[in-house]
Each structure stands twice: as C-alpha cells, then as structure tokens.
Design a protein around this ligand. Structure first.
Ligand SMILES: [Zn+2]
Length: 73
C-alpha cells in the first residue's frame, strides 16, 4: 500500500502543542510511549460538560446515565 505523508505545520493542534517543546512522555527505557494528550480529549457525550479520557466518548459510568435518561424519555 502506498500512502501519502502529511507533514504537520504550524497551526495544526499537534504541531502547536508539541513541536519544539519538551517531550510529553516521562523518562523511560521504552523509546515509544503513548501519552494522554489534552488534544485527544473531548466533552463527555452525556452532556455533563466534563472532559473525557483520550479516545473515550463518555466518562466512566456516564454512558449508563445517558442510556437511562434516553429510556426515560
Ligand atoms: Zn458525562
């Protein structure tokens, strides 16, 4: 598979957050680490207004709250 490489430029949220700055990862012997980036966070889909952990649509337990509210309607 042939892919297209997109170089991040100034103005991209990831570029602006990390390029030229200190590493967001702590010291480790592992050269590759995943970090919990504020860029990946979104607002909880239940409507509570809180930020979710990276890659999540809901804060833990808020998905059940949203389901029960929907059923009640
Ligand atoms: Zn919520």
């Amino acid at each position: 598979m042939v892919g297209i490489i997109h170089v991040l430029c100034k103005g991209h949220p990831v570029f602006d957050q990390y390029v030229g700055g200190a590493t967001p990862a702590g010291k480790s012997q592992n050269p590759v680490q995943y970090v919990d980036s504020p860029i990946d966070r979104t607002l909880c889909a239940c409507g509570c207004g809180n930020q979710t952990p990276a890659g999540r649509h809901f804060i833990a337990g808020h998905d059940q709250k949203a389901i029960h509210e929907r059923i009640a309607k």
